[in-house]
Design a protein around this ligand. Structure first.
Ligand SMILES: O=C(O)CCC(=O)C(=O)O
Length: 252
């Protein structure tokens, strides 16, 4: 059987560990998603516990910085992740059928915010092989002033790196040997609303603080390749332990 040639997108994704798709969504669709997120914050979030909503300061609602497992609480987001626009792209890039793992929302609120430590999403995923991707859909413009994502080009080729605990809520693990070589390959990923950045689960990435006085909101969609075997029990026990620790520290 002839081996298929990679598509241009697959080629770039395999080479760099990420791709950027400008103007990925038409205006109407990105407005629909932004409105669904606003509704979620007003109507759904208040009835969820502290494992699903992280604040820079738990006493200040305006410092909401992350919402997790959105698709489990609002069917719209599971349906969104299943749309061919996103799922089809994930299948093309991973060259496999995919499993919808998680839908998360991120902000770096102007009121108070912290940098995102350098990490690989795959460190959080108990999967083998580590074949997954994250899509980061810009809701606001993201630039160097408000803490856009920064990708280390080609870093996914070097496998899973050592991580250690950070003090950053929502990003409990950071690469412990992040170094100059990483920094030399760093690309700032400036995005406009409706642009999509997609990174492999082994791609090292980070973000600086938001110094701009503007929001920097994005929606994260995570897909696992079907060939990646997922150890759900390992993930659940990690989360139970982590949330217990955060609760004891008064962070959630
Ligand atoms: O939004 C951020 O600062 C980090 C997001 C991230 O690490 C991810 O989507 O994998």
């Amino acid at each position: 059987m002839p081996v298929n040639q990679p598509t241009p997108l697959q080629h770039a994704f395999r080479r760099d560990g990420y791709v950027i798709l400008r103007n990925f969504l038409p205006v109407a669709m990105r407005e629909e998603i932004a409105a669904a997120l606003e509704r979620y914050i007003v109507e759904t979030l208040p009835r969820l516990d502290s494992r699903h909503q992280f604040y820079e300061d738990v006493k200040r609602p305006e410092t909401l910085k992350q919402m997790c497992q959105i698709m489990e609480h609002e069917p719209y987001f599971a349906e969104l992740m299943s749309r061919d626009t996103f799922r089809g792209l994930a299948e093309e890039l991973l060259d496999d059928e995919v499993f919808l793992h998680e839908c998360e929302w991120f902000d770096k609120p102007p009121a108070q915010n912290s940098p995102t430590p350098p990490h690989q999403d795959g460190f959080y995923f108990p999967i083998e092989p580590n074949e997954a991707l994250t899509m980061w859909l810009a809701i606001d413009p993201a630039d160097q002033d408000n803490g856009c994502l920064r990708y280390m080009t080609g870093s996914h080729h070097r496998g899973l790196r050592p991580h250690s605990r950070t003090q950053t809520l929502g990003f409990s693990q950071g690469i412990s040997d992040f170094n100059q070589v990483d920094q030399q390959t760093e690309q700032c990923i400036e995005l406009e609303p409706g642009d999509l950045a997609v990174h492999h689960s082994l791609t090292v990435h980070r973000a600086t603080r938001n110094e701009s006085g503007r929001h920097r909101r994005g929606l994260g969609l995570i897909y696992f390749a079907q060939r990646a075997k997922f150890d759900k029990m390992a993930q659940e026990s990690y989360h139970t332990e982590l949330f217990e620790e955060l609760r004891r520290a008064g962070k959630i």
